[in-house]
Structure formats: structure tokens, C-alpha cells
Design a protein around this ligand. Structure first.
Ligand code: DLL
Length: 437
């Protein structure tokens, strides 16, 4: 099967807009009953009866993460507590977690969008899913689990961590599909290679990777190591969890479909909040058109990316590009705005270096200092050891980074396996020591 829900996934755009407009009007009526939104509409002078069409959505106010925090834990719930049948939470950088609730209808939507995503990623009913996303308050584990179950897959709920056991299961249970963070897929692939296990001993064909930013070089590495087609799955707890968008395995590299009959996307200017044209990069904003327990209007995700319609695509839904980083992740180094994914992209052309790196930002006096540590391939490392030529290789990379990114960094080429690996959760590639010094 190519589609989980052929009719909706290929709905002509005018019909999609009509559906979205109807759903928006219904949503506004429901939001107005939540005290927070009622007050927000009042204080911003918003007359919701004037909003007839989805294209008017930009006239409505944003919801921000701080609004969720201010209404912690259940203040934004729109249905009676007895109707809530699942609660998830994501850890914030400071203080209390962000809490989300689901009623039965919401879990059905969650299962549906994850099932659509699995099929787009190449999965089929009857295949086994090795689900190495964490089970628990994090939405990854249970999210993939529910969608795979309604698709008719055999779910192996491995959860994260315990790499030895994961490798045993991959060999013995022969799953066709893997779901985990891209950094953990790298860990699994590298460990499998280290142990001399050949791809013939595994049965993997497809991998759904997400929950953290990743790049084409990581895709290439994972695809080679594990013998899979690796595609991007994106999502966030506030909107539903994984399955807000998904890349098609036969349209790799052209963006991820957003299931826009449920989640209406916009990209807006990070400073002014003004809507941006397709193709322009800004903050991704979502409206949950159908969620009942905790609907959100124009939720400011802080993720930076762009949107586009792909004329060659097999579905009619809009696509989003790769996440460049989070607006609050943006580093300002000596006044220059910088996302760590910019150096990650440069690594894609450096065949002798691996995509395993870490950036450590510190401050000496008033000067920001960036240490960029990257692992060499086995081959390069032994070459450099033989010729004692580290310095010139590091200088060449330093020059390339300076020319492309505009920031001078201390570059250090490390031996293979020197950089910490993912143990199943989200990997921290940037360590910013400035706030603590
Ligand atoms: O990470 C949901 C998820 C689980 C997505 C499994 C994909 C797979 P949160 O913990 O709430 O939810 O974190 C959401 O993670 O705002 C992005 O900054 C980041 N993120 C998620 N998916 C991707 C991706 C889950 N494919 C936050 N690429 C989001 C880049 C991603 N960043």
C-alpha cells in the first residue's frame, strides 16, 4: 500500500481548504469556552465571528509555550477531566514540564497520523516495527506504537537504551522497520559494524528518524550502516507527538508531508510574527484543527524551517523542509547568528570526517570561544597519526568553517569514538557554558 488514507492524503487542495475552514470555525467555538482563550480573544480585540476562512488565520493571536507553563498542569484542557485518557509531558529546559492531554478522539487522530507516516516511510501491515523511541511521558514510544498497531504491524516495544539487547533483538526478531532518534540509529549502526555483524543477518528495510535535528550526512551514514531507507518523522507533544509530518521514502530529500487536515501550518517572521511566503525560512506555527482535549491556536513551536508545495509529489499536502534548529537554540557568537546545523552541513562534503561532532561554547573575558570537536574516520585517523599532520588538516577545516559560517572556531580532530554517543534519547551536540561562567 502507498497510502494509509488515500482519500484524505490526495484530497484536492480546494477541498482541503474548505475542510480546514470548517474545522477552524468549529475550533474557534471550542476555544472560546476555555477561559484562557476567551480572555486572549477579549484582550487582543479578536472577533472570532469574523473568521470565515482558513486564510484569515493570521488575524488570530499566537499561543506560546509560556501560556502552557502559566496554565500548568491542566489549565488549557477543554474537556472534563474524566474524558482525558492519556497524559504526556515533555521536559522543558527550565522548571516544570509541558503537559498535554488526550481524549479518545485525540488518540484516534494520533494513531491515524502515525499510521499514515509509517506507510509513507515504507512500512506495511504484517511487518515488524522495532520501536526504540522512549516509552513513558515522552510521546515517541507510545505514539509510534499506537499507529503501528492500527496499521497491523507487529510492534516490538524495545524503548531506548540497552544497546546490547537492542542488537540481539534486531538479529533474532528480524524486524523490517526501525524507529528511533537519528543519533541512536548511528549508535546502533556503528555498534553493529564494530561487532562484525553483517547486514545479511538483519532484516531492516526502513527507518523513521526524528525527535531531533539531523542532516543528509547522518542519513547516508545510517542507510549504509543499517541497509535501510531512512526518512524524517517530525512532531511535538503540544501538537500531538510524532506524526505531525513525515517524509515519503520514495520522495527522499524533498521535505516532509504535514498532515494538514489536522495540523494547519504557517511559517512566520521570528521577530514580527508576520506570515512568510512559501520557501522562506521562519518560525513554524501550528493550529490543531481537530484536537479536542487540548486544542491550540497558532502555537509558536520555535522550530525554524520553510514550507512548500511539491508539484511532483504523490500527496496533495504541504511539505516542510528540514528543521534548521530552534529559535531558542540559535547561538549568537560574537554577534553572529549561528545554528549548529550549519557546520553539520559542511561535514557532508568532508568524506574523511564522520558526522559525530560536538560544539562547546565558552567565554574568555568578553570573547566568545567555540571549540569544534569532530571524529575522523578510522582511515584518516591512522593517516594523520602516521604523518603527524593533524594541525594542517584542522587548519583547513577551520578556514572552511570561517569562510562558510563566518565564525572562527578552534577545530580539533579526534580519534574514532571519542565523541559521546546517543544512548537512546535526544543527543546534545552543543554545550553552551557561557551562562554558567
Ligand atoms: O520529539 C515528538 C517526536 C517523537 C517526534 C518521535 C519524532 C519522533 P517533543 O519531545 O515535544 O516531541 O519535542 C519536540 O523536537 O519542537 C523539534 O524541536 C524537535 N524535533 C522533533 N522532530 C524533529 C525532526 C517529540 N524530525 C521538538 N527534526 C520539536 C528536527 C525535531 N527536530
Amino acid at each position: 500500500m502507498k497510502f494509509f488514507n488515500l482519500e484524505i492524503e490526495t484530497l484536492p487542495i480546494e477541498k482541503l481548504r474548505k475542510l480546514q475552514s470548517e474545522r477552524l470555525q468549529d475550533l474557534l467555538g471550542r476555544l472560546d469556552k476555555i477561559p484562557f482563550y476567551h480572555d486572549l480573544f477579549d484582550s487582543s480585540g479578536t472577533d472570532i465571528s469574523r473568521i470565515q476562512h482558513i486564510q484569515d488565520i493570521h488575524l488570530l493571536p499566537f499561543t506560546r509555550k509560556s501560556d502552557l507553563r502559566d496554565n500548568y498542569p491542566f489549565g488549557l484542557f477543554a474537556v472534563p477531566m474524566e474524558e482525558i485518557i492519556r497524559i504526556h509531558a515533555s521536559s522543558g529546559t527550565t522548571g516544570k514540564p509541558t503537559v498535554v492531554g488526550y481524549n479518545r478522539n485525540d488518540l484516534e487522530v494520533f494513531d491515524e497520523v502515525v499510521a499514515r507516516s509509517l506507510v509513507a516511510a515504507g512500512a506495511q501491515p504484517g511487518m515488524r516495527l522495532h520501536n526504540a523511541y522512549g516509552y513513558g511521558l515522552f510521546t515517541g514510544g507510545l505514539g509510534l506504537h499506537g499507529g503501528a498497531t492500527i496499521l497491523g504491524m507487529g510492534v516490538i516495544p524495545v524503548s531506548g537504551g540497552m544497546t546490547d539487547r537492542q542488537i540481539m533483538i534486531l538479529r533474532d526478531f528480524q524486524p523490517e522497520v526501525l524507529s528511533c532518534t537519528p543519533s541512536y540509529a548511528q549508535t546502533l549502526g556503528q555498534e553493529i559494524r564494530k561487532r562484525g555483524i553483517s547486514q545479511d543477518e538483519l532484516n531492516l528495510q526502513y527507518a523513521l528518524l526524528g525527535a531531533e535535528p539531523w542532516t543528509e550526512s547522518i542519513r547516508t551514514e545510517v542507510e549504509e550502516l543499517l541497509g535501510v531507507h531512512a526518512t524524517n518523522i517530525y512532531g511535538l507533544s503540544e501538537i500531538i507527538g510524532p506524526g505531525v509530518s513525515q517524509e515519503d521514502w520514495e520522495e527522499k530529500g524533498s521535505g516532509s508531508y504535514i498532515w494538514e487536515d489536522h495540523f494547519y501550518p504557517e511559517v512566520v517572521d521570528r521577530d514580527t510574527g508576520e506570515p512568510l511566503a512559501y520557501g522562506e525560512e521562519g518560525v513554524l506555527v501550528f493550529t490543531t484543527l481537530t484536537k479536542q482535549a487540548m486544542p491550540l491556536l497558532r502555537y509558536w513551536t520555535n522550530d525554524i524551517c520553510s514550507l512548500h508545495y511539491d508539484p511532483g509529489a504523490r500527496r496533495t499536502h504541504i511539505k516542510m523542509g528540514t528543521i534548521r534548529g530552534r529559535a531558542d537554540d540559535m547561538l549568537i557568537i560574537r554577534g553572529v547568528n549561528f545554528f549548529h546545523t550549519q557546520v553539520e552541513e559542511l561535514l557532508e562534503d568532508e568524506n574523511e570526517l564522520t558526522p559525530n561532532y560536538q560544539l562547546i561554547v565558552s567565554r574568555e573575558g568578553t570573547m566568545d570561544q567555540v571549540d569544534f570537536k569532530v571524529e575522523a574516520s578510522e582511515q584518516l585517523f591512522s593517516q594523520l597519526m602516521d604523518h603527524g599532520d593533524f594541525r594542517s588538516r584542522e587548519e583547513a577545516l577551520k578556514k572552511r568553517i570561517k569562510e562558510n559560517v563566518g565564525i572562527s572556531m578552534q577545530v580539533e580532530i579526534k580519534e574514532p569514538n571519542a565523541i559521546p554517543r546517543s544512548e537512546g534519547g535526544k543527543l546534545k551536540r552543543v554545550v553552551d557554558l557561557r551562562s554558567s561562567s
